[in-house]
Design a protein around this ligand. Structure first.
Ligand SMILES: *Cc1c(COP(=O)(O)O)cnc(C)c1O
Length: 430
């Protein structure tokens, strides 16, 4: 399988090259040159088998093709439950937060790390994976690459602007993972990462790679869990389910669109946003107006210019066609708070602020819609990851899952840096 750039001015490349380079030379994002046909899986196939059937065609002819079974076994080695929500309603919750750092980004990061580690050869320059993070991505990437031979990781986060729980996950690794608290904003961190890619001294010492959400390697495992959930719901309810997906950069939702594109039984896909309304406004007005993000309770979705919109529009160039493929909705912080409080009280289900966006958008549907066809609410993070927000709303402590509790026992290590390329280069070269 070959991949092309969304901007059409880069050579086609294979899967291994696409995940190593992340961004195409023309600045576009890699998408499949042709859409594969996915083999049918057995009725009782599990997540790993469904993932294999879905992902194998994308790796056809690639150096990693024969190693896909082991890569998938490493990626999906924790549970991904589908749980009930409202009794008697055809609605299920896809819980994507049982991995090492308790958010869905563990899947993409682990798949990417398992692939990239297998592409390293003895004698290669060390690979330096740079990641700028506003919170969740850095922890997932650090956990996935921790102690991988031949790979070093530099996590850059804005000092003082991540939650205490996120801070733990960004700074507890050591070994081949270095954490840098940057005196600046998330945008400064991103700027430093971009500049590092053009830095001759760093380029002489390391091969550089990026693990941010535009990397193709993060999308495929996400398509796999959407596919598996779609098959489970279609077996249970005898109809294709509609998905409501908490969205920021649209990586998770795009993976669901891809799963539907290659034939999985998925009906509507709702892009569920917080008060950052760039996408819902675009679907309504037809005019693309990216803007600065505003801070909300669902901070991992605070994105004003979602990067994967470029992939979505390469699939559906025309706005009216795009409106047929996805819909958009948004809820504000007041509604997020109210949903978390109401469900904790009514049923004991505790949402993280991101997952609460999806739940509230389901409640905003007319009752006839909620009852008429199956719905899947995607839960993207464990509430304990955002306990500083959730606990005051529900007035009770949120127990830590075991994976997070273990991270809390590790020492925290970070280096503080001014937001300059010189400071970062010096720190990385020493
Ligand atoms: C990253 C993140 C999102 C947004 O996902 P995108 O793929 O960027 O749309 C939603 N919820 C949580 C908890 C996240 O960490």
């Amino acid at each position: 399988m070959q991949f092309i750039s969304t901007r059409g001015r880069s050579p086609t490349i294979g899967f291994s090259a696409a995940i190593t380079h992340a961004l195409a030379p023309d600045g576009g994002l890699y998408v499949p040159a042709v859409w594969p046909v996915v083999a049918e899986t057995a009725q009782d196939a599990g997540l790993v088998e469904v993932a294999h059937a879905l992902i194998a065609p994308f790796l056809h002819g690639d150096a990693l093709e024969s190693q896909l079974p082991q890569i998938l076994a490493e990626t999906f080695d924790f549970e991904v439950p589908l749980t009930p929500y409202v009794p008697d309603a055809p609605v299920r919750v896809l819980e994507l937060f049982h991995g090492p750092t308790a958010a869905f980004k563990d899947f993409g990061a682990r798949f990417l790390a398992a692939c990239i580690a297998r592409l390293r050869r003895a004698g290669d320059r060390p690979l330096l994976v740079l990641v700028a993070t506003s919170g969740d991505t850095g922890g997932a990437v650090a956990a996935a690459f921790h102690r991988r031979p031949g790979v070093e990781v530099a996590v850059l986060f804005p000092r003082g602007l991540v939650s205490p729980t996120q801070h733990r996950q960004l700074t507890c690794w050591g070994d081949n993972v270095r954490s840098f608290a940057i005196d600046g904003t998330f945008d400064d961190c991103q700027r430093l990462v971009k500049a590092a890619f053009g830095d001759a001294a760093l380029g002489a010492r390391f091969e550089l790679s990026s693990a941010n959400s535009i990397n193709l390697g993060r999308l495929l495992p996400q398509a796999a869990y959407h596919a598996n959930a779609a098959l489970a719901l279609s077996r249970e309810f005898g109809a294709a389910a509609s998905f409501i997906i908490p969205s920021g950069n649209l990586g998770n939702a795009l993976a669901c669109v891809w799963a539907r594109r290659i034939g999985l039984p998925i009906a509507d896909i709702v892009l569920a946003h917080n008060a950052n309304r760039t996408v819902p406004d675009f679907l309504e007005s037809g005019t693309w107006r990216p803007r600065a993000s505003v801070a909300t309770l669902a901070s991992a979705m605070d994105v004003g210019d979602p990067s994967n919109m470029e992939r979505l529009r390469s699939l559906h160039a025309d706005v009216s066609e795009l409106r047929g493929a996805v819909s958009g909705a948004s809820v504000d912080d007041v509604a997020i708070r109210a949903r978390i409080a109401a469900d904790a009280d009514r049923s004991g289900r505790i949402w993280c602020p991101h997952s609460a966006v999806a739940a509230q958008i389901w409640w905003n549907l007319p009752e006839s819609e909620r009852r008429r066809r199956p719905w899947l609410l995607v839960a993207t993070a464990h509430p304990a990851k955002f306990r500083e927000i959730v606990e005051p709303i529900i007035g009770a402590p949120v127990p830590l899952p075991r994976s997070l509790a273990e991270l809390y026992t590790l020492p925290s290590r970070e280096a503080r840096l001014p937001a300059t390329s010189d400071a970062l280069r010096e720190a990385l070269l020493c």
